[in-house]
Design a binder for this molecule. Structure first.
Ligand code: SF4
Length: 443
């Protein structure tokens, strides 16, 4: 049996798709193509309109292909959760629509395709079951989901509606998975959740929050396998909400070298007025104070962010506040978007919409500032010696390797395939776009 899986959207979706692929491997299914797959799956995302439109396009495409050849078609993920009925109506050729709470039903789908057995998905329990993490055989990086869902209800975001309330994962399962990944040769792990800082697990020993989980992981893995030939050497986590990034978490980052000196800290806007309308629950002053504390406690920390411009009611003054915070913080990179209302969110109904042309012009300003900041921060780093985890051969040349620093900087240097998956020390010698060119340092 063969499958074809297309994935759109966030790291969480990618992690879940990786887990699905592992399930296929366990059941001896092989990756297939449009010509020979028995089951085509589209793992969808609704967070941005572009991802959603793309998925609608792919659903229509595969539905049309089904007229030429017989295969099963499944739509999974956030769109399946939000538009269950609409998918059924617009694309009756779709055989299975499995929302984010029903992914566990995929095993039943496979049973049905393999043996022709029957089941009714409406009988499925809505309780979310965490798919355990798997990674591509031979890969050096893996993503481990630690919590799921979000309770924050930012007014522009659909996640709490399609992913549900926050559910945290048993720390013992997380630790067991990290052990297995270390044995499988993984060197870097990213802990994933919509809002990892809200991780909470109540066990026999009492409440375990996110900093406590990080301490537990650090004590299990030691200070990492960077100096050795094997073992997990670096851990990252995604995504952090500024309001939940506690002093205790900062203390863990300062004291445990296994955690990378990079945090993706979503700002969205620098204007208190806009932040309040977004329901972000922090202010510009709080955000800048938090960055200050982080930088004092964790020297060399790099920060990246998400910026959303053109939110309803945003004025030129509000945009200036955002640019001011960007200038003060100096984000190493940003994911920058202009507001696109999502059906089913409070922001959809907000008045004072910003005209498209203005949104685009504001986005251009934000992008220009970020480009300038990225370049000047990179220029300051020329000459620095740092450690990288080598990830692959460079796409341009088989005589070059590509790696990343703990600060999430891309680095290319002369090297060979034998170095992939190793931590090596390099000197950053020049910059080419957003990638550093480097040379190896022996010490
Ligand atoms: S924190 Fe806000 S933006 Fe992030 S997933 Fe939750 S509701 Fe969405």
């Amino acid at each position: 049996m063969k499958y074809l899986l297309e994935t759109y959207g966030c790291q969480m979706n990618k992690a879940e798709s990786a887990a699905l692929e592992a399930l296929f491997r366990e059941r001896s299914w092989l990756p297939g193509t449009l010509e020979d797959a028995d089951l085509v799956l589209i793992n969808t995302c609704t967070v941005r309109a572009t991802a959603e439109n793309r998925a609608w396009g792919r659903i229509a495409f595969f539905a049309a292909e089904k007229k030429k050849r017989n295969f099963s078609l499944a739509v999974l993920g956030c769109m399946a959760e939000q538009y269950h009925q609409e998918i059924r109506k617009r694309a009756p050729a779709v055989d299975y629509v499995l929302g984010t709470f029903q992914k566990q039903a995929i095993g039943l789908v496979l049973d049905q395709i393999e043996n022709g057995s029957d089941f009714d998905l409406r009988e499925e329990s809505p309780a979310y079951v965490f798919s355990s993490t798997h990674h591509e055989p031979g890969a050096f990086r893996a993503f481990v989901p630690i919590m799921h869902g979000c309770d924050n209800f930012c007014s522009y975001c659909i996640v709490p509606y399609v992913r549900g309330r926050e559910v945290s994962r048993d720390p013992e399962a997380i630790l067991a998975e990290l052990d297995a990944l270390a044995v499988a040769g993984v060197r870097e792990v990213t802990l994933l959740g919509q809002n990892v800082n809200s991780y909470r697990w109540r066990g026999p020993q009492g409440l375990l929050d996110f900093p406590a989980l990080l301490r537990l992981i650090a004590s299990r893995l030691g200070s990492g396998g960077r100096a050795k030939e094997a073992g997990i050497g670096w851990i990252r986590f995604l995504t952090s909400h500024p309001k939940d990034l506690s002093d205790d978490l900062i203390a863990v980052l300062a004291s445990e070298p296994i955690y990378c000196r990079h945090i993706h800290l979503c700002l969205q806007s620098g204007s208190d007025r806009v932040l309040a309308r977004m329901n972000r629950k922090y202010t510009k002053e709080y955000f800048l104070g938090l960055v200050d504390k982080l930088r004092k406690a964790v020297p060399g920390l790099s920060l990246s962010t998400d910026i959303l411009v053109g939110f309803p009611g945003e004025s030129e003054e509000d945009l200036e506040d955002t640019l001011e915070v960007m200038r003060k913080v100096g984000f190493s990179y940003s994911f920058m978007y202009h507001f696109n209302p999502r059906e089913g969110t409070p922001a959809m109904k907000m008045d004072e919409k910003v005209p498209e042309k203005t949104k685009k012009a504001r986005l251009a300003k934000v992008i220009a500032l970020q480009k300038e900041t990225t370049e000047s921060l990179m220029n300051v780093r020329i000459g620095a010696v740092d450690e990288i985890l080598v990830e692959s051969l460079s796409k341009r040349s088989k005589k070059e390797i590509l790696g990343r620093t703990a600060r999430d900087e891309m680095v290319v240097l002369p090297g060979g395939v034998g170095q992939i998956g190793r931590f090596i020390r390099v000197r950053l010698v020049s910059r080419s776009g957003n990638t550093f060119k480097a040379e190896a340092v022996n010490d």
